[in-house]
Design a protein. Structure first.
Length: 502
């Protein structure tokens, strides 16, 4: 696929491009081909509901269902909308749903101008289910959210031992000792030795990809991600626990079923979770995602005892970025709604909105003194703005340089770098370092050959790691921009491409 066809929005959730990842592994059952003409009895949840979810829920969901027909619960589906029940048990010929699926009275569902008719095999499944009595499977409440019930039944695939093609790196994190890097791969996290560029560990995950990772004070790893358009999660992993299986020097952990590895699930949502942040005192964790909600947990008692403290619904669209102020009292967020915002966690109020990007905002940060906010996004600019005072929300300066979308913005928090630095990753294949005090460009880290989507800075500020859409991971020295190590972050394809420093 030519790179020119990529856009940053294609990397982010809900993309058709992500479907190409299915080439790696057999497609999971829930998203599989239409069920073969059913032989045995048809199950509502296993056979019918997946068809309805894929073809009907977009218009017949909980929010403003068309024709007042909410099909996401069995009870409301059975009751019908403005008309009577869409089906009559045992009588396909009297069932209105089959009339609309076959366009019997020239009225079709999905509506003719919005999509193709269902293939006859799928209509046959629904027809047979009605013929057999239109029953809901035992054990499911008729008011249960069917999207959730379907999610419960979905089984994550196991990543192949050797990848057939490089996958995009969508998140990176240094381990607390800064010696290893954790990367997001296909339904797994991979752990790489920084200086050797060698794969050491693979942790299977339910999420197809991680989109943000942060190590917690107790050494556990919080990971946000999901499956585009299907589900989202924040889970906490202990990547040094569980029952390891070692094959060819690589340790395999099961982060799906082994409760010693996947120690806590903090969030379960209907679409991907996009960002995470840890407060500087390590007591609070925040997430943001496609549901537009920013969640804040109190994790002072450890991740296992995490308490959801507040859920903030303040943005009009997906929340791509979140960061805490140094005192932990404010949150800065960036959204597809083209704004950055500051939220006061104490008064639970929105303090300001910064609208100047006029484009989706993918990265945010706030200066240690809390006075200046930073944001970057689809307008290729790093913008600094007043976070407090009379001029709050007013731009201080804009720094240009990136030729394409800025996908990430990270502050080099520690290490006493003078001046304080901001690091950005971009769809222009570069990583750039900026002087936080005056917005000046400090240096450009060039060498990636595809757009850069993942960015991490070591806790001592000495190293920057970047990951790109074509799977390249590069580790750079912050001080002079030299490459410490570069390798492909896809298992089996990982050929180190640079020598370790002497
Ligand atoms: C693009 C939006 C859209 C999709 C997708 C869609 N519908 Fe509809 N549906 C509508 C609209 C609009 C109405 C109400 C107006 C009408 O009845 O034509 C409606 C009404 C209905 C009704 C009548 C409800 C009532 O009681 O009035 C049924 C039954 C129905 N849809 C079934 C389906 C099924 C089954 C699917 C999936 C195969 C589906 N629809 C997919 C838009 C949609």
């Amino acid at each position: 696929m030519p790179r020119s066809r990529f856009c940053v929005l294609c990397v982010v959730p809900g993309s058709a491009l992500a479907l190409s990842l299915f080439l790696l592994t057999p497609r999971p059952a829930a998203a599989a081909e239409p069920p073969a003409p059913p032989k045995g009895p048809v199950s509502f949840i296993n056979d019918v509901a997946p068809i309805l979810k894929e073809n009907c829920y977009g218009c017949h969901g909980v929010k403003n269902p068309k024709g007042k027909l909410d099909m996401t619960k069995f009870a409301s589906f059975q009751k019908g909308g403005t008309k009577d029940s869409p089906f009559v048990a045992g009588k396909p010929d009297d069932s209105y749903i089959l009339d609309v699926l076959t366009a019997k009275n020239n009225r079709r569902m999905p509506p003719k101008d919005t999509g193709d008719a269902l293939p006859p095999t799928k209509i046959a499944v629904i027809s047979q289910w009605i013929q057999e009595g239109a029953k809901l499977d035992a054990g499911i409440d008729d008011k249960a959210d069917l999207i959730h019930e379907l999610r419960l039944r979905w089984i994550p695939p196991v990543a192949p031992i050797v990848y057939t093609r490089p996958v995009e790196i969508t998140a990176l994190a240094f381990t607390p000792d800064n010696k290893k890097l954790v990367a997001s791969d296909h339904h797994e996290l991979t752990v790489w030795d920084v200086t050797a560029g060698k794969l050491e560990k693979r942790i299977r995950t339910r999420a197809r990809r991680a989109l943000a990772m942060v190590f917690l004070p107790d050494g556990k790893l919080a990971v946000a991600g999901g499956r585009p358009g299907e589900e989202g999660d924040v889970r906490v992993y202990d990547i040094n626990a569980g029952t390891p299986k070692v094959v060819d020097g690589v340790t395999y952990l099961d982060g799906v079923d082994d409760k010693a590895v996947m120690v806590k699930q903090l969030l379960d949502s209907d679409d991907e979770v996009l960002c995470l942040a840890l407060s500087p005192d390590g007591k609070k964790l925040a997430s943001g995602g496609c549901d537009r909600i920013v969640n804040v947990w109190d994790i002072s008692g450890g991740a296992a005892n995490a308490q959801l403290e507040q859920s903030i619904e303040n943005h009009a669209d997906w929340v791509f970025a979140v960061a805490f102020s140094a005192d932990g009292k404010h949150l800065v967020t960036g959204s597809r709604d083209k704004t950055a915002k500051v939220w006061d966690l104490t008064t639970k109020e929105s303090v300001l909105t910064f609208p100047d990007h006029q484009a989706p905002v993918y990265g945010v940060a706030i200066k240690a003194d809390g006075k200046t906010g930073f944001s970057a996004g689809d307008d290729n600019q790093v913008r600094a703005w007043n976070a407090t005072g009379d001029q709050a929300g007013k731009q201080v300066r804009a720094s240009g340089g990136h030729g394409k979308t800025i996908t990430k913005l990270v502050e080099v928090a520690k290490g006493g770098t003078t001046p304080p630095l901001l690091v950005t990753a971009s769809a222009d294949d570069t990583v750039r370092v900026w002087n936080e005090d005056n917005g000046a460009a400090v240096r450009t880290l060039a060498g990636h050959t595809d757009y850069v989507y993942a960015l991490a800075v070591s806790s001592d500020g000495a190293l920057i790691a970047s990951g790109s859409f074509n799977s390249e991971i590069k580790v750079w020295k912050t001080a002079d921009g030299t490459v410490v190590r570069a390798f492909l972050g896809s298992p089996g394809l990982a050929v180190p491409t640079a020598a370790a420093p002497k």
